[in-house]
Design a protein around this ligand. Structure first.
Ligand SMILES: [Zn+2]
Length: 352
């Protein structure tokens, strides 16, 4: 970008004034916007969008989760039309509230279904972002057999292939990397998926969202990123609200990592508000995201079980944040500007 800007500046002065002057200016502006647009795309289930079009976003939700395990799950486990019938009203509900995008955080082998998401996008008008990557918490229950035998490089190649060629021939592309680790120190399989995520990030520029919870594994992961030369802004510390030492999240955010308080429910109202105020005081509101971690049509349960909707953030959390002094600009930061920045495709290296 700097090189292009330098070239344009010189070209501009070489041929001024007159018509050529104007033409050069137009060329420079076009190049500038072309470069900017290229750097700022987000990948949704129905294609690329400029990051600025993400709109108000719930950055961590689930449409369907299949808890049966990697050895038994498959698309045969649910009927897409039945899931659409159940889930669509919940998407229309958030659309009415002004939300434009929902990030679907269910990884492969846990119920990720790109075709289902596409059906719901088309019927609801809500943009959905899906993922690549594996979930290695719960003792590896959701890791397929090849996940245990292959190297981190081999796993990364599978995920990079999805990012380059689409998921399973659907023509649908992942917009981020979703991984998961245990709450304690990283296990062998945890380490491997984090390594694979780093390799994938360096090729694809997809942000790494890691189901993490506590500070010990969070900082272990940031160390692995550093070993790969990756900036912490490529990392979303998911379920950070489970860590009780707020200073740990402040420390990670100061390094540049994203802090995700993503399982909002009414019982957590005070915790979420208190943390937002702390981050605002620290000047770190630009590193924080909130969501429900809700939804969850469950295959194998009658009618998909109890589906939790996506409206409590809008109906309870945002009014409470405003009542406690957050401005409209702060709310825009949390639910629009931060997701736009976090999910934009960009290789984030320490030297850049
Ligand atoms: Zn989740």
């Amino acid at each position: 970008m700097k090189t292009i800007a330098y070239f344009c500046k010189n070209l501009f002065f070489l041929f001024s004034p007159g018509l050529f002057h104007c033409l050069c200016l137009c060329l420079c502006l076009s190049l500038f916007y072309a470069c900017n647009t290229k750097e700022s795309k987000i990948i949704t289930v129905t294609g690329e969008i400029p990051a600025g079009e993400i709109g108000k976003t719930l950055h961590h939700e689930h449409l369907l989760v299949d808890f049966i395990g990697a050895d038994s799950t498959g698309y045969f486990r649910w009927n897409r039309d039945s899931v659409v019938e159940k889930v669509l009203p919940y998407l229309l509900e958030i659309k009415k509230l002004g939300y434009k995008t929902l990030v679907e955080c269910t990884p492969a082998y846990l119920g990720r279904d790109p075709e289902l998401m596409k059906m719901l996008v088309e019927k609801s008008g809500i943009q959905i972002i899906t993922n690549t990557g594996y979930y290695s918490a719960v003792g590896g229950k959701f890791i397929p057999p090849h996940g245990f035998t292959e190297t981190a490089e081999q796993l990364a190649n599978r995920w990079i292939n999805e990012a380059k060629n689409g998921i399973e021939g659907t023509g649908i592309y992942p917009g981020f990397i979703k991984i998961s680790v245990e709450r304690g120190p990283l296990t062998e399989i945890n380490l491997k998926v984090v390594e694979a995520a780093c390799i994938t990030h360096k090729t694809t520029g997809l942000v790494i969202m890691s189901h993490t919870g506590l500070a010990v594994p969070a900082f272990q992961q940031l160390e692995i990123l550093e070993k790969h030369g990756i900036h912490p802004s490529a990392f979303i510390w998911t379920h950070a609200h489970n860590e009780q030492d707020n200073l740990k999240m402040v420390e990670a955010a100061q390094k540049g990592a994203w802090i995700a308080f993503d399982n909002f429910n009414p019982d957590r109202l005070d915790r979420f508000v208190e943390f937002a105020l702390m981050m605002k005081k620290e000047g770190l509101l630009n590193k924080l995201m909130f969501s429900h971690d809700a939804g969850w049509y469950q295959p194998g349960v009658a009618g998909g079980g109890n589906f939790r909707g996506f409206t409590e953030v809008e109906k309870l959390l945002i009014p409470a944040l405003e009542k406690n002094g957050l401005s409209q600009q702060d709310i825009y930061q949390l639910f629009t500007a931060n997701p736009a920045e976090a999910f934009k495709v960009k290789i984030r290296l320490n030297r850049s």
